[in-house]
Design a protein around this ligand. Sequence first.
Ligand SMILES: N[C@@H](CCC(=O)N[C@@H](CS)C(=O)NCC(=O)O)C(=O)O
Length: 221
Amino acid sequence: MLKLISYKLCPYVHKAAITLRAKGVPYDIAYIDLHRPPDWFHPISPLGKVPLLLVGDDVLFESTAIMEYLDEAYTPRLHPDDLILRAKHRAWIAFADVCLRDMYRVALREDEVAFREALNHLHGDFDQLEPAVAAGPFFAGSEFSLVDAAYGPLFFQLDILAGIEPAIFDPRRHSRMVAWKEALLGHPAVVQAVVPDFRDHYLDWLSMKDSYMAQRLLKMI
Ligand SMILES: N[C@@H](CCC(=O)N[C@@H](CS)C(=O)NCC(=O)O)C(=O)O
C-alpha cells in the first residue's frame, strides 16, 4: 500500500492526495509535526519537507513529481495525450506553486501596506491564469485534469481567506476562475483529500500568526 507522509495544512501534500483520490488509489497517510519531526523523517526527505510518497522501498519527494508518477502509474490518465497540451498543463501546474507561495505571503504579511502589496502580486498571478481557464467546469473543460489537482489546494485556502477579507478574491476581475473554483471545491477528490476539520486547523494556525490577516480574523471572532 502506498503511504503519504503528510502535514495537515500542507497544500503540497493536498496536491498529491487529490491525485490519489481522483484516481481511486488506496493509500495510508501518516501525519507528522513539522516542528518536531520523527527521527526517521530527515534521513528520507532530501529537502526536509512533506509530502513524501512511500512506494514499496522507494521514497518519492516533491509534490509535482509525485503527481506525475501517480499519473503514469495509475489510470485514468489526468494529463492530456497531446504533447503540446501536456507541456502547457505542466507549466500551469508549476504556476500553481507560484500562486501558493504568493497566497502564503498574503496570509502572513505583517501590516496592511505589505498585505496590499502581496495581494497585488496574487491578483497579478490570477490575471495571467484567467485567460487560460476553459469555459468550465474544470481548467481544461469537462474533464478533471492534473492541473485541477494542483489548483484545488489553492482554492481551498483562498476561500477561507476570502471569508475573512473579501478583497482577496474579486469574482468580477477573475470571472472564469469563479466557476472553476466552485467546481473544485465541490469535487469529492478535492474535499476528501484534507482532514474534515481542515478549516478549523487552518484558522487556528492563522490566528497564532503575527500578520494583518490574523488581526482581521481575530476581530471577527
Ligand atoms: N516544493 C515542495 C514544497 C513542499 C513544502 O514546502 N512543504 C512544507 C509544508 S507545506 C514543508 O514540509 N516545510 C518544512 C520545512 O520547510 O522545514 C513540494 O512541492 O513538495
